[in-house]
Design a protein around this ligand. Structure first.
Ligand SMILES: Nc1ncnc2c1ncn2[C@@H]1O[C@H](COP(=O)(O)OP(=O)(O)OP(=O)(O)O)[C@@H](O)[C@H]1O
Ligand SMILES: [Mg+2]
Length: 332
């Protein structure tokens, strides 16, 4: 028995075996504070109310709806892929959410592989020691044997197993883009950048002087398509496309630069797939825009690896959790 737990800035996911299948469950990693009166109205009906140091909060998916109804800011225990240092009380919130999601171990010391991001190249002084230690301790207190695994490497396990674990995997989350290159799990390159969904939301909002909530309404509209955004969504659609394009260009630039800085240590003999995943990549037109951007950058700078294909992960939202489960089951 073993499980995989993807601890993300916006979403927490767990993957478990359910007979021959894999079951993936998700919870929003968010909370909103409520006052005593609201608490009295809600307490009996809500399973998601928690009390921390005398303050009451609604946590998880219900927090998103509640923040909208109460016009209160939706708060998050994490920012840019790691625990948010300005949200101290939120440690207990994320603890309660992880506990609710993973449940009790099925056997003593069941292995739980959980995702950690790489240290972000563009967050000077950042490190993941506190973040990794916090979640290791939390899962151990719940009775698991906890093992941190790089977020993008997990996608190599979920989506490149049939290719002998060869590939370049890129997770596009809310707080970070995480990249891992693997040749048969050897010669690993892992890095992250703190520019992903949140960066797109913040900067599109600032550029047009509209709220982040208005940006999200368009971005998460099922009809929104990056290849045809201006047509249906005017200026906001166009501004979103510009920011997606800028993010992709930034990420590919870093990938090429990091590879070159390995100075021949990464020299894959065969063409490898590039696998895109994460909530930010799940949007319509993302793969096309990514390929377009890659082709245009390829004309200006040499690409130091051979590409078999560029594709989406089979389950863009659940790839990390599924890969962590693969990893944990292989080790257990
Ligand atoms: N339907 C949708 N359409 C467009 N974007 C979406 C949709 N659903 C979620 N997103 C975006 O995906 C991002 C969240 O993705 P994901 O759940 O992979 O992140 P995370 O794993 O929590 O974050 P990180 O890996 O950076 O810590 C958010 O920026 C969110 O706005
Ligand atoms: Mg993630």
């Amino acid at each position: 028995m073993a499980i995989g737990c993807d601890i993300g800035t916006s979403n927490l996911l767990v993957a478990k075996k359910a007979g021959p299948d894999v079951e993936v469950k998700r919870l929003r990693n968010a909370f909103v504070e409520i006052n005593d009166e609201q608490k009295q109205h809600l307490a009996s009906s809500s399973l998601s109310a928690v009390e921390i140091k005398g303050k009451s909060y609604i946590v998880g998916d219900e927090a998103v709806a509640m923040a909208r109804i109460l016009s209160r800011p939706l708060r998050r225990p994490m920012a840019s892929g790691i625990l948010n240092p300005t949200e101290v009380d939120a440690r207990a919130v994320v603890g309660a959410l992880v506990k609710a999601l993973v449940g009790e171990p099925q056997q003593p010391d069941e292995l739980c592989a959980f995702s950690v991001p790489a240290v972000a190249l563009d967050l000077p002084g950042g490190n993941t020691v506190w973040h990794t230690g916090f979640f290791t301790q939390l899962l151990e207190q719940l009775g698991y044997q906890a093992e941190p695994v790089n977020e993008a490497l997990a996608i190599i396990y979920s989506d490149c197993a049939a290719e002998d674990h060869c590939g370049i995997a890129i997770s596009h989350g809310a707080g970070q883009v995480n990249v891992a290159a693997s040749y048969k799990l050897l010669g690993n390159l892992q890095f992250s950048i703190a520019r992903s969904g949140d960066w797109i939301d913040r900067n599109t909002s600032a550029a047009l002087g509209v709220s982040v909530a208005d940006v999200l309404k368009v971005k998460e509209d099922p009809h929104f398509d990056l290849m045809d955004a201006e047509e249906t969504f005017d200026e906001l659609g166009l501004a979103l496309t510009f920011h997606y394009r800028a993010m992709i260009k930034y990420e590919i630039g870093h990938l090429l630069e990091q590879w070159r800085s390995m100075k021949g240590q990464l020299n894959f003999p065969e063409p490898v797939p590039i696998v895109l995943s994460g909530g930010t990549a799940a949007i319509k037109g993302f793969l096309e825009l990514w390929c377009q951007q890659f082709d245009s950058m390829k004309k200006k700078m040499p690409v130091p690896f051979k590409i078999k294909e560029i594709r989406m992960a089979q389950d863009p939202f659940g790839a990390v959790a599924r890969g962590l489960l693969h990893y944990a089951l292989a080790k257990a």
